[in-house]
Design a protein around this ligand. Sequence first.
Ligand code: NAD
Length: 425
Amino acid sequence: MADQNTYNKIEQDIVEIAAKYNLPLDKVETFLQPDRVIEVTLPIKIDEEIVNFKGYRAQHDNTLGPYKGGLRFHPEVTRDEVITLSLLMSLKTALIGVKFGGGKGGVVVDPKSLTAIQLEELAREYVRKIHHVLGHDIDIPAPDVNTNPQILDWMADEYVRLSKKHNPTHVDHKAYATFTGKGKHGLDGRNVATGFGGAVVLGKIAEKLKMKPREITVAVMGFGNVGYNFANFASEKGFQIVAVSDSQGGVIKQTNGELLPLDIPLVFECKQEKGTLAGCYCAGGVCDTRGGRMISNKSLLELPVDVLVPAALGGVINESNMQHIKAKIIIEMANNPITPYAYRFLEKKGVTIVPDVLANSGGVAASYLEWEQNIKNDTYKKADVLKRLTDIMEKAFENTWKVSTKNKTGLKEASYLTALQKLIK
Ligand code: NAD
């Protein structure tokens, strides 16, 4: 989770960009305020006692379409965090050109402390408390930190039940469109979309640099949903993924000082088998990292690669390591992986940074396709989904690159400006 400093900085950046490009400041101030923040109490029976959990939903802006954004279950969720994340969703959806606004929700809970039955009850209670402000054309939640398709299925099921009861114009498939990232009625391809979108962005970067993928080395921090899919699709495009890591550390393969590409499907297979990448050091066995070695996450960030991809946590590139970063390009697949101070330092040094709001927007782009699929009562094929994701991501990247070149500014400023120009008239 990012700290308050990072959140304040986002608002400050928006005000500065608005002033620099003569956007009407009064309208910007209004835009910064969420339209509505709902706070609810969720009583759940645990060991014969009622425990009251706190839940939030911030509906930030619906200028371009229904509020849209994830819902996290985490003990550190706060009202302010949810509001700032909803603001970022408004920027992200506007930037990539899907007809959604911005929203975000959260429940203050450690889901690991609950049984499956308690977790289901919490998910359903959240929907019972806010169903009147949800809808396929009002507000559309999705999974986020510690929430998954199963939790979204419980929520969608509860919502459909309530909609049948209270909405005289209820239609099942439209009610299902009120949630994305579902298991049932979900989208084939949604689970790979964020990493896939990042790999599309990497492809565009190579094109701009007039370099071939095989000439570009990449290190990826984080080998979960986003990091693995990014590495896998980038590797399929021919990029040299020379390092990957998880929370226990990373693996590289090196001969005579030269970093060699990893076989990502084999590394993935090994991680599945052994649980962590640390086990994939491979003293024998089938994995590709034979001849390879473990490195720490700290060392991975400082490798002499062309592209660095933080795809795990926020704040990993900061004052303590920014001077040691050697990559010329950073693709922010995690949210806020670079602290504001380090961001300024690296941009000044000439590092090209693709901001999170653009780089990891493949997920919300896929959510749009899931919503559309449910509205049309259709089932989209994965190949068509990936084709449309490619188009959305390439277009968003091209627009941002053009604005950045025209204004001689970084991609983050260009992203925010592009989004604000659509949102503030
Ligand atoms: P995940 O839980 O699937 O994977 C996280 C990975 O990070 C795991 O491999 C874990 O071992 C690794 N990790 C944890 N701590 C680490 C550490 N200290 N050093 C190195 N690696 C560490 O999560 P995810 O869905 O892949 O999300 C990763 C990031 O991307 C998060 O910041 C998330 O907010 C962001 N994001 C995800 C999506 C999405 O669709 N999943 C969309 C937008 C942004």
